[in-house]
Design a protein around this ligand. Structure first.
Ligand code: UDP
Ligand code: MN
Length: 248
């Protein structure tokens, strides 16, 4: 059987949320043995996401944890607490299972990115930590790990090339083994600048030498850091509201 893939997705309430989740579910539904860990940035599970998850048509775990208000500021990293909640859930689910080691792969899937189905074939064979290019990120058409003789030797990036792992959240996957054998590895708030989250996390669990290049030695873009335009709600009525209440 195929090793399961855990996709950890932080998500928050906003006008485009259901549209983003619909797009994501339509992709994930086509991936065998994918388990979606959807973590709401909220004090409770919302009705919208609860209803959505019930009809999503794929294995799904619905968690929630609010980002403390002091961290909801521009310039601070997003979704730290939600990704950690996803990690904790996966660790808990597997901690009581007996050896031999459970196969599995975990990756962090923001709700607004675009994922090709080929990406999942690539990450499925992750032994420890795998990496690949990400499109439309870092002020460039793409960023990618530079590979020589099958090893990552550097990073093609337009932004903070001094990062030890100059890779976006969408650019790596971790085996369940590595997640379980490094139980303290988490995303950190303290001392973490935005854009350093990935590096700070990866340096807790691996080294650059150990990375496994995917996507034809990191020469193919299979995931895009797309961002959705803020919707114009300038014509929402203040009175003469619609006669029915509609979820969007
Ligand atoms: N996110 C969240 N709470 C927030 C802002 C973002 O949970 O207050 C989630 C969002 O839904 C996405 C991820 O965190 O899955 C990354 O956020 P975003 O896409 O806005 O970041 P960027 O595209 O700028 O890296
Ligand atoms: Mn995004």
């Amino acid at each position: 059987v195929l090793p399961p893939i855990y996709a950890i997705t932080p998500t928050y309430s906003r006008p485009v949320q259901k549209a983003e989740l619909t797009r994501l579910a339509n992709t994930f539904r086509q991936v065998a043995r994918l388990h979606w860990v959807l973590v709401e940035d909220a004090a409770r599970r919302s009705e919208l996401v609860s209803r959505f998850v019930a009809r999503a048509g794929l294995p799904c775990t619905h968690l929630h944890v609010p980002t403390p208000r002091r961290y909801k500021r521009p310039g601070l990293p997003r979704a730290t607490e939600q990704r950690n909640a996803g990690l904790a859930w996966v660790r808990q689910r597997h901690q009581y299972l007996p050896p031999p080691p459970q196969p599995g792969v975990l990756f962090f899937a923001d709700d607004d990115n675009t994922y090709s189905l080929e990406l999942f074939e690539e990450m499925r064979t992750t032994r420890r930590v795998s990496v690949w290019p990400v499109g439309l990120v870092g002020g460039r058409r793409y960023e990618r790990p530079i590979v020589e003789n099958g090893k990552v030797i550097g990073w093609y990036t337009g932004w903070r090339a001094d990062r030890p792992f100059a890779v976006d959240m969408a650019g790596f996957a971790v085996s369940l083994q590595v997640i379980l054998s490094n139980p303290k590895a988490v995303f950190k708030r303290r001392g973490s600048q935005p854009g350093m989250q990935e590096s700070d996390f990866l340096k807790q669990i691996t080294t650059v030498e150990e990375l496994e290049p995917k996507a034809n030695n990191c020469t193919k873009v299979l995931v895009w850091h797309t961002r959705t335009e803020k919707v114009n709600l300038g014509n929402e009525p203040k009175y003469h509201l619609d006669t029915v209440k509609i979820e969007v």
